[in-house]
Design a protein. Sequence first.
Lengths: 189, 195
Amino acid sequence: MPLVTNLASDVESGAELVTRASRGDEGAFEALYRQHVGRVYGLCLRMTGQAESAEDLTQDTFVSAWRSLPGYEGRSSFSTWLHRIAVNAVLARRRSPQGRNEISMTDDQGGQMDFEGEPAMDEATPIDIERAIAALPPGARDVVVLHGIYGYSHEEAAGMLGVAVGTCKAQLHRARHLMRARMGTENAT
Amino acid sequence: MNTIPFGPRNPSEDPLLAKAAELPKEVEPQRDLWPGIAARLGEAPRRAEPRGSRWPMALAAGVLVASVSALLTWSLVRAPDPATQPQAVATDYQAADIVPVSYGPNSGLTAQELVARDELVVRFREKFTTLRPETRDAIVKNLAIMQAAADEIDAALAKDPASGMLKGMLVGTYKQELQLYSTVVTSSDGTTRRT
């Protein structure tokens, strides 16, 4: 991670930085960027499966956040607020002609990527899990990323994705089924 | 956003979720993205700060929706004369800036209703970028007010789940959101900006 040129993040609370940034302090906003870029990029990367797209979306997220920051009222944590913007950016890109033309690792049914020899669940490394998540169809992958990795409740994840809570739960069920099938543990649990 | 956890979340009950929960939350990009962001900050006009009284947001949303409809209608019946165009600078919002209203866990909206909304949003996004900047600006402000209204109503419903009035207000906000999208989707080319 690059050195933080503005050391404000070391001495100020996130709330103070948000207040300063909302008033137009770019230094404070850079400090917020340094604090949160890892989580935002991680979310975008896992939802898109493409590093270049994730970088673009991360930048779009922070620019949108800068625009909208004066209206941020602290009803959710700043991190959650940023994630919500990031998820919206990812979904918007997917719907765009550019997003539709991007190569996807899966079709909508979760097929295409073949993980022959995938290790069993007990032996799976974090990389194995990341690969299995990346191979999921977008809707199921989104829920695993938001709920499974980042710990959002079904209600929160559904709100971010603009779907019903029941849909969110169904997608998680589907994701678990697909991942278990890939890892050869369908009958083991 | 109001967050009400959905029951106990116990990853240990599912080894798959347990392993997913152990993955690192932070992934650093391979390059510093800040310079690209900083270069765009000056080009990104900031939204007005909504401060002061937040008196009936749902009503305010209705008023603004009416204003957007009026703006679109005005555009339909009166072709703009560049010489008389107001010089006010509107934020150049793009489709990616559109954030559909997020309804909380107490909304009671059905999956079908949300799916219908999302389908309309797809068509709305396609039309949005063809609108004039001042119209897009008004639409984004509308959506922000609707979101605030939905948040407030949802919070109130959490305390009073049986309130018919609150449920009616929330459905009203939902209908206003649909009306906004529908107004844009069904507007003619007369509303679009000239290039």
